[in-house]
Design a protein around this ligand. Sequence first.
Ligand code: ATP
Ligand code: MG
Length: 629
Amino acid sequence: MNYHDFHQQSIRDPQGFWAKEAELIDWQRPFDKVLDYSNPPFTKWFVGGTTNLCHNAVDRWVESQGDKPALIAISTETNTEKVYTFRELQQEVMRAAAIMQALGVRKGDRVILYMPMIAEAAFAMLACARIGAIHSVVFGGFASHSLATRIDDAKPKLIISADAGSRGGKSVPYKPLLDEAIQLAAHKPEHVLLVDRGLVPMEMAPGRDLRYDALREERMHAEVPVTWLESNECSYVLYTSGTTGKPKGVQRDVGGYAVALASSMKTIFCGKPGDTYFSTSDIGWVVGHSYIVYGPLIAGMATIMYEGLPIRPDAGIWWSIVEKYRVTGMFSAPTAVRVLKKQPPELMKKHDLSSLKALYLAGEPLDETTSSWIANELNVPIIDNYWQTETGWPILTVARGVENTPTRLGSPGLPMYGYDVKLLNESTGEECGANEKGVLVIEGPLPPGCMQTVYGDDKRFINTYWSNFANRQVYSTFDWGIRDGDGYYFILGRTDDVINVAGHRLGTREIEESLSSHPNVSEVAVVGVEDKLKGQVAVAFAVLKNAEAASTPEGRKTLEAEMMAVVDKQLGAVARPSRVHFVTLLPKTRSGKLLRRSIQALCEGRDPGDLTTIEDPASLQQVREALAG
Ligand code: ATP
Ligand code: MG
């Protein structure tokens, strides 16, 4: 079918369209109504239907392919590798569910998971789903303060954690951070369940802390039936990355999410039972929820859970995994590809990658250089996809399962079915025409899979997302976009990454794109910095391909002038950064997003703010030194 018609159909007749997609999953009780949008912007999908995420991800497949691989847990940190079949996965999930039930966890109770990328984390997520408990996975890299805020927001009955994670071969203790977080938080969980990986000793709080292994031993033959949930009951809460401020608790449903994932696995990620999927994300992020744990399993595929760096023991590790497990689809982030790009290419070339059909990338803008490089190395389609924690699955990409839509460099693609995407003029709220820049919004109702509300705060949901244009209520993504004459969208950055130079509004991302076209620039961050005269000026921090060129003051001066000239030529002198600083590392979140707000704060002599998500604090030191020097 022609993709344009497919999309149109989904917008014109959402009920008919999604009723058909809903056949991709099992329902215990059929739904009475496909869509209830009587109380906008709150959307209810598949009203009255009962189903279960764990049933669809695990039990459903046990009969037809119980002995096929379901979960492949690989750690290059502990050098372990284990394959769980669907049957084994079901058994492990039932054991975990039985433990939770014994600890008093019931339907609707929250369970926080603060865990490394180990199989038990997936068991725990699925076990929660099985018994109707609401999981909230908190990224294992967060420190105690971030964890405490989430504990107080989610108010978990139980927290599941481990002795430690591991990064680059070094143990990263979790337990002391968890203890500190519980101390800091006003809410106290009844129990803490701990997976002991034998990495670091743990101090156990008597009565509160329990060992997963011991409780599992007692429940080897546990049978825990699935708790059927009404489609609109809550499955999980996941906090956004916090790139732009206080994280929001994204609340997700059951039925709509299951349908959206089953559908996207088929039409976007082109997966089917027997395929193997390798998403390099972390379960702490939305990609980990949708496309490590739930999506592939709901589609009957095997999924790989990987703990480790992309370059350890060497930069060939991911490709050796692709070869060994005959991976068919891979999902990663541009930031990881950039890391690989700096490594010797032979490591990729020596593996048999013939099973791989496509590489999907998301999370941040995919620049053309990175995209072309990896496309050339892998010789498979590189599919950019744009979405948010809030939406749970792609807003913009190409649905190759519907039609072999060509991709366009620099563009994530077209609006996905179910999403009525528009670009609105920020001040007038009018719709933009082709090649006019606007705020990317989605007309309600949001399709299945998207957030239901902000956990515990309906008002914040409405105020944050739906109240940005005076004359119309639409969902704002807070991203700038532009659409070309053929309907392809381009993301131009976040609405709060806009700077105002002498009355001209400029997207920092556009300036970054322009600077990146200088042949020696590998990565660059641009921020707006307060200026007495102009209001704001752009300041750039660049990572060079050949750092040698910036080793002397003269070298830096020449480079800076060259880079400014590039911007002058491409965007005009008004966009020219007032300074270009050279660093070897940019401040990023653990999920690979540039922390522009922290860079900006340092430039303006302020405190860099909440840094719990930062990948490497040394990057901020470099910014400080560059500013001082
Ligand atoms: P917070 O909302 O708490 O500030 P966050 O927006 O970084 O955090 P996520 O939901 O993980 O949290 O990220 C979604 C955002 O990432 C999008 O709104 C967009 O800005 C960016 N993004 C995601 N995918 C792409 C992509 N393919 N191209 C460009 N930008 C992308
Ligand atoms: Mg966001």
